[in-house]
Design a protein around this ligand. Structure first.
Ligand code: S3P
Length: 433
């Protein structure tokens, strides 16, 4: 699998303020993470690239330079949420913007706590949307409760907390991915999590003078692997094994959900890549039964919920997803776009403000034509739906897959899938079967 996107972003961001160079192995070279490399360079940090290896020549916070121009995060929600926290303690102006989808993503959730910490920040539409401007300042620790579990918001505050006076405390209603916490510890910083109620937790971080990482290995991306875990289950007579993939328990909620659906999935834990646990996952074709997913579980499979909904469309019974309104604030409104995708395959779905009911049909679907809305995960779900279909599925845009998984179409072919390019003009739409 290609390198983990979340860990790759963090490797460059924490690498940029590291005390000296960090060698990053297994870095994901995708549109999103290369935007983070460009942002680090704009802040005066030298980054050497060779295939999936990077050397990030960290300069410590004091070595960061005011960017000469606006930073373009492209399609990356993680970059536009984490970078303001990383630089909030620096006395410089940094303006961030991105593509049309980014300019619709809510930003008050990070700008408000940064303001409370003492940074001067601004954003379009009353400080709610990008572009955003951060003019840093002397920070103080705060205690902040997240309205919705979000690793991006939590990480922003924790990164600012590394340079704030006193302790910074973030309370989350359910466990969200903890890559930032693990990497801070790996680099010698102090961060602790205390469970306060079923799932809810309090994370504390203390200021550091410097971070010290020498080498950092990035695991394979579980979210990328998830497409093929589900493909093997849905495509007749399949078995796929994926090795060296990140198995951080805050990321692998899909495996538990698939297990409840009766899926044949084997997991073998097998060591570590830097601060992250890794292992292998094998899945094979099987019948599925419906299950429910609620708010507590949602963060552990937030990016895999579209795949869960696709699997639910082939399961026996009605699956219910609730407490997932956050999906409306992703690269597309993933509740609306997934409801449209499943209906395009002939699926029966009822959309709710915070979720969906999917009435599955174990016979699967013939095919259809789906609209990805320039959302990489929607496009790849459409392709897996095509591989599992009888006649193929037309995906209107395969170019957007480069956001997280540039080699996706090739891997589909290597596993026995096929693509028919249906457009002579650039070959962007394609049918997967
Ligand atoms: C991410 C966190 C998730 C996820 C996103 C990457 C991260 O968002 O959807 O793709 O790297 O921190 P939230 O946890 O903020 O919902």
């Amino acid at each position: 699998m290609p390198g983990d996107k979340s860990v790759s972003h963090r490797a460059v961001l924490l690498g940029a303020v590291n005390d000296g160079p960090v060698a990053v192995k297994g870095f994901l070279r995708s549109a999103d993470t290369l935007a983070t490399v460009a942002a680090a360079r704009a802040l005066g940090v030298q980054v050497d690239e060779q295939d999936d290896s990077l050397v990030v020549h960290g300069r410590g916070w004091d070595g960061l330079r005011e960017p000469e121009n606006v930073i373009d995060v492209a399609n990356s929600g993680t970059l536009i949420r984490l970078l303001p926290g990383l630089i909030a303690s620096r006395d410089m102006l940094c303006v961030l913007t991105g593509d049309a989808s980014i300019r619709r993503r809510p930003m008050a959730r990070v700008l408000e706590p940064l303001t409370a910490m003492g940074a001067t920040v601004a954003g379009r539409r009353g400080n709610t949307l990008p572009p955003v401007a951060v003019r840093g300042g002397a920070l103080r620790g705060i205690s902040h409760t997240l309205a919705v579990a979000s690793a991006q918001v939590k990480s922003c505050i924790l990164l600012a907390g590394l340079r704030a006076a006193g302790e910074t405390v973030v309370t989350e209603p359910a466990p969200s991915r903890d890559h930032t916490e693990r990497m801070i510890r790996f680099a010698g910083g102090r961060v602790e999590r205390e469970e306060i109620a079923a799932g809810a937790g309090v994370i504390r971080v203390w200021p550091v003078d410097s971070l010290l990482m020498g080498m950092l290995a990035v695991p394979g991306d579980f979210s990328s692997a998830a497409f093929f875990v589900v493909a093997a289950i849905l495509v007749p007579d399949s078995e796929i094994s994926i090795t060296d993939v990140g198995l951080n328990p805050t990321r692998t909620g899909l495996l538990k959900v698939l297990e409840r659906m009766g899926a044949a999935v084997e997991v073998k834990m097998g060591g570590e890549a830097g601060p992250e646990p890794v292992g292998s996952v094998t899945s094979r074709t099987c019948e599925l039964s419906a299950t429910d997913v609620d708010a507590t579980e949602v963060p552990s499979l937030i990016d895999e919920l579209p795949l869960f909904l696709l699997a639910a469309a082939k399961a026996k019974g009605v699956s219910r997803l609730r407490g997932a309104a956050e999906l409306r604030a992703k690269e597309s409104d993933r509740l609306r776009s997934m409801a449209a995708l499943l209906r395009a395959l002939g699926g029966k779905v009822v959309e709710y403000p915070d979720g969906m009911d999917v009435e599955g049909d174990p016979r699967g679907w013939d095919g259809g034509s789906i609209v990805a809305e320039a959302d990489h995960r929607l496009a790849m779900v459409g392709a897996i739906a095509g591989a599992a279909s009888r006649d193929g599925v037309l995906v209107d845009d395969v170019g957007c897959m480069t956001v997280s998984y540039p080699g996706f179409t090739k891997t589909v072919v290597e596993l026995g899938g096929s693509w028919n390019a249906v457009s002579a003009t650039g070959g962007r739409p394609a049918a997967a079967s």
